[in-house]
Design a binder for this molecule. Structure first.
Ligand SMILES: [Ca+2]
Length: 297
């Protein structure tokens, strides 16, 4: 059982198990996540990222509806300490990225730029934004922010100009972003298809050429309300499907195969290749789930 934990309190939640990946059986091809633990009391947690320079995890916590009740929790990699006051005063923080000593996080219709040395926050309004979501940086330190509300992506360049970078229905309500070189992978939330309990979404994993802005589908078949996308092994991906509450492995041919069903509202996930660990922010459950998961060679 897990006890109530106060901010900054030590938590024996993510045990020493954190360092023990589950070995894959010989010849095994199906990814087999093994649950390690969880970090509770992260209400409406939406996204998790890893800051390599500081060796720390950051979880975006939206909290409730009160202005300023959103925050970023930092979690040590041994899982023993969570600082729920790491960055405070946000509203609905979602995707984030770190470049140098700056932490960027989307917050409603703004990009918040947080100096990690002194925690000062500068807000930048995205002109015409509807629902900003994930954040990713390119190799030069430019920041890209998806706008799920209007099938657009904004760009915050290194001269601090925040402009509309791309807008097309081909993005199909973009959510998670993953940039590798000149390629941007986009997890599209999609449009609702059908009615009532049988409704689905036509979201797919997409691929954008960042020079030509050409959009291609990675998954030929729609998957659903895709939220997060992470690289998995050399050629594959892991994606989260929010509504159905599932994690899929996307193989090189674009086939998406379910590997885990953590429950509805699984958000912007993190796969840490070096640690061989998968982190799942569970919005409605208000916690971060941690799994061991070996990646293919
Ligand atoms: Ca909030």
């Amino acid at each position: 059982m897990f006890h109530r934990i106060k901010p900054r309190a030590a938590m024996a939640i993510l045990p020493a198990l954190l360092c023990i990946p589950q070995p894959a059986a010989a010849g095994e091809t199906k990814p087999e996540p093994v649950r390690l633990g969880e970090v509770p009391e992260l209400p409406a947690s939406e996204s998790v990222m890893y800051d390599e320079a500081r060796d720390m995890f950051y979880v975006s916590v939206m909290g409730g509806d009160d202005p300023g009740d959103g925050y970023i929790a930092s979690i040590t990699t041994d899982g023993k300490t969570a600082d729920r006051g790491f960055i405070t005063g946000l509203d609905e923080p979602k995707g984030s990225a770190v470049v140098g000593n700056i932490f960027y996080v989307s917050d409603g219709k703004e990009l918040a730029e947080v100096n990690l040395d002194d925690k000062t926050v500068v807000r930048h309004a995205a002109p015409g934004a509807v629902f900003l979501n994930d954040v990713a940086a390119d190799d030069e330190g430019n920041i890209y922010i998806s706008d799920t509300g209007q099938s657009a992506i904004y760009r915050f360049d290194t001269d601090k100009n925040l402009t509309l970078w791309m807008k097309t229905n081909l993005l199909n309500r973009p959510n998670g972003l993953l940039i590798e070189g000149d390629t941007m992978y986009v997890a599209s939330w999609g449009e609702r298809q059908g009615e009532g309990e049988d409704a689905t979404s036509n979201g797919r994993l997409l691929k954008v050429d960042m020079t030509s802005h050409a959009v291609e589908a990675v998954t030929p078949v729609p998957v659903g309300n895709i939220d997060g996308v992470q690289r998995y092994g050399k050629d594959g991906f892991l994606i989260s499907e929010w509504n159905g509450g599932k994690i899929y492995h996307v193989a090189t041919d674009g086939a998406a195969r379910e590997i885990l069903a953590p429950g509805q509202s699984v958000g912007d996930i993190l796969y840490h290749q070096g640690r061989k660990q998968l982190f799942l922010p569970m919005n409605r459950q208000g916690k971060l789930l941690v799994y061991s998961l070996v990646a293919p060679e």
